[in-house]
Design a protein around this ligand. Structure first.
Ligand code: ZN
Length: 448
């Protein structure tokens, strides 16, 4: 708009100038270097305008000649980088699709076209991994650490590699470094907690768990149950550091956070017994039994109650099992105590109750065999029950919910897959043909 107005003003000025010159004709005489020009003022003005236009055109032509190579060059560069980005994209798609050959081809294209190493580093590393060359991938990830904007990606790559090859020490160091760069990353917070816990650095694990809770909300990760496991770990750490009082306090904390955590109750009861606080030990075992009855608590209870006479044991077991009446673990514990005290009728009643409830396991049938043998000396009946035991369901054990691995004792991490808090007291699947439940470590071939 402004240009049109300026153009109209220029045209008007020119027209006015022409009219003015025509109205005021005059003579011009030029005398220069032996040349003499005689003309009118109008012609001279016209000549000057023509000369200006020619000069402007020549100038524009000169500009075109000087700028053209640059413009052509930048168009060429633009086309190359467009192709480069296209190759980069295709390469990433190939990585996502798991096409190793294609990813390698596109990496080479992108690298040649873009000529910007940082940009293609990640793709190079991922492509190398896809082609099974972890060493090359590690080199690319390490190079990425030198670029501030690529450092986190490089650390993530190296961290995943360390976890994959089971190098927990390197993984922990990388995870700590990565978290300093990106403290808000959720997966990193979870990984760091896992690594700290696995390393047995439970104080750092508690911080990591708190941080994780802040990022993911209190429901995920930072539950009372997880806090209890961390406190239990800290209790072991304190014991190793030679601080038994702190160790006891932390075990108490673990039990108060999650009383159903059998390992914590066992540990606290043992500490109390060791210190002579037998009443406290009894209370701890009773509370734990009331929430989750576990055979490991039985012997601990006898020790806490200081009983070794079979009849006193029966009484003690009656007291303990009253905290969770009717539970099959209680019936089994009572049957075992009754057998030892030769109270055959009681033993038979409790075993009958267990079988009636559908818990026809190896241990129950074995106890029936022992009962027939000891009460009546009936070898035939005993053999009958043992034959049933051989093909019966396995008894509950510590089974990893993730990989199905079976361990004799609970631990914060699965001994096979390293999963945190995956060990549950449950019936393992596919163990019918094994004669001993606690032959550990048992590796299950299939997960059901
Ligand atoms: Zn596992």
């Amino acid at each position: 708009m402004v240009r049109i107005i300026l153009f109209l003003i220029a045209v008007a000025a020119l027209a006015w100038g022409v009219i003015w010159v025509t109205d005021n004709p005059g003579d011009v005489s030029l005398n220069w270097g032996g040349w003499q020009i005689e003309t009118s003022a109008g012609v001279l003005a016209g000549g000057v305008v023509m000369l200006t236009i020619v000069a402007a055109l020549v100038y524009r032509f000169w500009l075109f000649l000087t700028r053209a190579p640059g413009q052509i060059g930048s168009a060429y560069r633009e086309r190359r980088s467009r192709k480069g980005y296209k190759a980069l994209t295709k390469g990433m798609v190939a990585v996502a699709a798991g096409d190793a050959e294609e990813s390698r081809r596109q990496v080479q294209r992108a690298d040649g076209l873009l000529g910007e190493p940082p940009l293609t580093l990640l793709l190079k590393a991922q492509s190398a991994q896809l082609n099974g060359d972890e060493k090359a991938a590690e080199t690319f990830f390490t190079t990425m650490l030198e670029e501030p904007e690529m450092e986190f990606l490089g650390l993530r790559g190296l961290l995943n590699q360390a976890i994959k090859r089971g190098d927990d020490v390197a993984a922990l160091e990388l995870a700590r470094r990565a978290q300093a760069l990106k403290p808000k990353s959720e997966w990193l917070a979870e990984t760091l907690f896992d690594l700290e816990a696995r390393a047995g650095t439970w104080v750092a694990a508690e911080d990591a768990l708190k941080h994780m809770g802040k990022l993911t909300g209190p429901s995920k990760g930072e539950t009372k149950h997880a806090q209890a496991i961390v406190a239990l770990g800290q209790s072991l750490e304190a014991e190793k550091a030679g601080d038994p009082t702190k160790s006891m306090k932390l075990a108490e904390k673990a039990v108060s956070l999650d009383t159903s955590l059998t390992a914590a109750a066992k540990r606290l009861a043992k500490i109390y017994i060791h210190r002579g606080h037998t009443k406290k030990a009894q209370g701890t075992v009773e509370k734990a039994w009331g929430l989750s009855p576990h055979p490991d608590l039985v012997e601990l209870y006898y020790t806490a109650c200081k009983v070794d006479n079979p009849f006193d044991k029966v009484k003690a077991m009656e007291a303990l099992t009253s905290h969770k009446p009717g539970h099959f673990e209680g019936h089994i514990a009572l049957a075992e105590a009754a057998l030892e005290a030769e109270l055959w009728g009681q033993a038979r009643t409790h075993l009958g109750a267990v079988m009636e409830a559908g818990h026809e396991t190896r241990k129950v049938f074995s106890l029936m065999a022992a009962l027939e043998e000891q009460e009546h000396g009936d070898a035939n009946q005993a053999r009958h029950w043992l034959a049933r035991a051989a093909v019966a369901d396995a008894d509950s054990a510590w089974v990893c919910a993730d990989c199905g691995y079976v361990q004799a004792d609970w631990s914060a991490h699965c001994s096979k897959c390293n999963g945190f808090d995956t060990m549950h007291w449950t019936v393992p699947q596919g163990l019918h043909m094994l004669s001993h439940q606690h032959e550990t470590p048992l590796l299950l071939t299939s997960k059901t």
